[in-house]
Design a protein around this ligand. Structure first.
Ligand code: GLN
Length: 492
């Protein structure tokens, strides 16, 4: 029974819970059992909240038993949270030793909204420290491995959430995407991951990395579940000054409208990016054919400035991070190194609490923002950002959505890129342009490579284009009919 339950998607589970075919408690126990049995191999979780999850589940079951209508179609379904979302009843570490033991005094807006929708929060997942990385190996605690092959990385920085959904520890999870941290791990773990338009999802209560690029979004096993989770979390939040005030356009209801007549542009520079694995390139070609077969009009498009995206990002993101991370001074949160004098305490706390990658980025960002260099680096990067925004706007005059790989390669071996930060940074070459433009994009599973590892393809849409984005992604999901799963143990 529990082996079957963990294989079901969130929409199916939610419907069964509402129809009293199964209880939320049974579903939650099935997920908790799967975590207990196999998370020792993957380390997707930093914190498993068994008691709270079972209490959440019992509340939903009581509402069902009392004949009350449930607050959402996903009520009673387990949800895993990347450990950057503040939660009053669980620690929040952002994967960093500097926040070890910190218990936030409030829930982030998205967590409050999802709790109100009846979500069962099952735990907090591992990540690269402060979401800086592409493999989860920069976690201050331990790396997460890929459920398809535990010698490989799950991607990052939201690797714990992607691995949790792939390993069926929860049918739904949340991540954040500053440069690709939802889409790249989704691709490497064979699940769906969506980065919403900047400002669509509240950032209130999310540990900040680079505030002009950060955005939270859903992971799921299907496009429909991705839409379901997105619709429960998005919308205006007065507590976030960058939150978009308009009402989002419904997406789930329009998922099956198809792509007949939709104009799809295949981004040349991203599809022919250096170092692309031939099987990933071939998957984009297959996606192109699937779109054509479904009635879309497909052509190639050039977005020349994306070539400079990575360089601009690695100035802008560290610059913003160096400012955001100044707050970890041993006074307000978490770790405090013993020292007699405040400035020494600040320095010793930061020395002990931050890992190597975080320190590298603070130094990079501080340098780029310093007097005399500001215009040469930060100013120049912002100009490049404007060029990329203009190039995409031009592409969207001709096309409704764009198509590209998500990651140039499938999951790489643990340790393969840890000694070469630049090689690691290249993992996000195809995802970063979306963050720089504030737009939305999704990664959809597109088959397996010769080693049996999942491949993801990416659909991109203009800002506020989630409805068309999800509709296009659904067409690819139908076309690829990806049903492979990692070995979950027990009967399949
Ligand atoms: N890998 C990119 C970085 O290290 C993106 C991370 C993210 O999206 N949080 O910055």
């Amino acid at each position: 029974m529990s082996a079957e339950l963990i294989r079901l998607d969130a929409a199916t589970l939610g419907a069964k819970i509402a129809a009293k075919e199964v209880s939320s408690t049974e579903v939650t126990r099935a997920c908790l059992d799967q975590i207990a049995e196999t998370d020792g191999d993957y380390h997707a979780f930093l914190h498993v909240a068994s008691e709270q999850a079972l209490a959440d589940a019992a509340r939903v079951d009581a509402a069902v038993a009392a004949g009350e209508s449930l607050p959402s179609p996903q009520a009673g379904v387990p949800l895993a949270l990347k450990d950057v979302f503040t939660t009053t009843d669980m620690p929040t570490t952002a994967g960093s030793r500097i926040l070890e033991g910190w218990q936030p005094p409030y829930d982030s807006t998205v967590v409050s909204r999802l709790r109100a929708a009846g979500a069962v929060v099952i735990g907090k997942t591992n990540l690269d420290e402060f979401a800086m990385g592409s493999s989860t190996e920069n976690s201050g605690f331990f790396p997460t491995t890929n459920p398809w092959d535990a010698s490989r990385v799950p991607g990052g920085s939201s690797g714990g959430s992607a691995a949790a959904v792939a390993a069926r520890f929860a049918p739904l999870a949340l991540g954040t995407d500053t440069g690709g941290s939802i889409r790249q791990p989704a691709a490497l773990c064979g699940v769906v991951g969506l980065r919403p338009t900047y400002g669509r999802v509240s950032r209130y209560g999310i540990v900040a990395y680079a505030s002009s690029l950060d955005q939270a979004g859903p992971f799921a096993t299907t496009v429909a579940d991705t839409a379901l989770l997105l619709e429960a979390m998005w919308g205006h939040d007065p507590a976030d000054s960058t939150s978009i005030p308009s009402e989002p356009e419904p997406a789930l209801a329009r998922l099956e409208e198809g792509v007949a007549g939709l104009r799809v542009g295949v981004v040349e520079e991203l599809t022919d990016v250096g170092g692309i694995q031939p099987e990933v390139r071939a998957a984009v070609e297959t996606a192109r054919n699937l779109f054509e077969k479904a009635g879309a009009e497909v052509d190639t498009v050039s977005v020349p400035s994306v070539e400079y995206g990575l360089s601009a990002y690695y100035i802008i993101a560290p610059a913003e991070a160096s400012s955001n991370l100044a707050r970890y001074d041993g006074v307000r949160y978490g770790l405090r190194a013993p020292a007699g004098e405040v400035a020494t305490m600040n320095a010793l706390t930061r020395e002990a609490g931050f890992g190597a990658e975080v320190k590298r980025r603070i130094m990079l960002g501080t340098y780029a923002l310093s007097a005399g260099y500001y215009d040469a680096y930060y100013g120049q990067a912002q100009r490049v950002r404007t060029l990329i925004i203009r190039d995409f706007a031009r592409a969207y005059e001709r096309f409704d959505v764009l198509l590209a790989p998500t990651s140039p390669t499938t999951a790489f071996e643990l340790g393969a890129k840890t000694s070469d930060p630049l090689a690691m940074y290249l993992s996000d070459v195809c995802t970063i342009p979306t963050n720089l433009t504030g737009a939305t994009a999704i990664s959809v599973p597109a088959g397996l490579d010769a080693a049996g590892l999942p491949i993801g393809v990416q659909v991109l849409a203009p800002a506020l284009g989630e409805a068309v984005l999800l509709r296009a992604a659904r067409a690819l999901e139908v076309g690829f009919a990806f049903t492979a799963r990692p070995n979950l143990g027990g009967p399949s």
